[in-house]
Design a protein. Structure first.
Length: 210
């Protein structure tokens, strides 16, 4: 068995076990028959493979986010709209666990400060993947502007999904329809980015992590 193999299995357990050390421990039970264990990994083994304490959970969250990017690439005839819809669909089985996952990524084990980088990195990676899958031809400043706009749009739609999953796709479509205007207004993109960061901060506070 490899660490990567166990992480991939554990991402499939998130819907039932959440982003927990238990999901990582249970991963060995789902290995192929010739390699499967009869008991979950010990706490010591989970720490050795994936990190101590909440660092192991962060490892699982980041692996799950990576799988989300891979899933976007499975869409036939990709357009910006359908690959971003696909990324929202990927969230659905894990949706009850996302607020805590985002809060955990944004919090620090060392000092009670909120780190804005994970939130911005998350939506930026999705925006960049969407552009690559749809063969975006933007260059120079246009390249950055396109990705900043899509990151803001997707981030807002994802936060909307957490509180109102039934209207998330329509909300995303509305933002995409308005994105040409947003694309030409750097200040509005900045406001969206600020909104995303403040929302993650609110989630972290509600979970008592800051």
């Amino acid at each position: 068995m490899s660490r990567a193999q166990l992480l991939k299995i554990a991402t499939g357990l998130v819907s039932t076990h959440g982003f927990t050390r238990q999901a990582l421990a249970q991963s060995v039970l789902a290995l192929p028959t010739d390699a499967a264990h009869s008991e979950p990994l010990s706490n010591t083994a989970v720490s050795a493979l994936f990190g101590n304490g909440d660092d192991a959970r962060r490892t699982l969250i980041n692996a799950w986010l990576d799988e989300g990017l891979t899933d976007m690439g499975t869409i036939p005839s990709p357009t910006l709209r359908n690959v971003l819809h696909a990324r929202l669909r990927y969230n659905e089985p894990a949706l009850p666990h996302l607020p805590e996952a985002f809060a955990l990524l944004a919090s620090s084990n060392i000092i009670p400060l909120l780190d804005p980088v994970p939130a911005l990195k998350h939506v930026s990676r999705i925006a960049n993947e969407a552009c690559q899958l749809t063969h975006d031809k933007s260059i120079q400043l246009e390249w950055y502007s396109q990705r900043a706009t899509l990151a803001a749009v997707y981030g807002a739609a994802e936060l909307h999904q957490i509180t109102s999953p039934n209207t998330a796709y329509a909300f995303l479509d509305t933002l995409l329809d308005q994105s040409s205007k947003l694309h030409n207004a750097a200040g509005e993109v900045g406001l969206f980015s600020s909104y995303i960061f403040k929302s993650w901060k609110g989630i972290a506070k509600s979970k008592g992590l800051i």
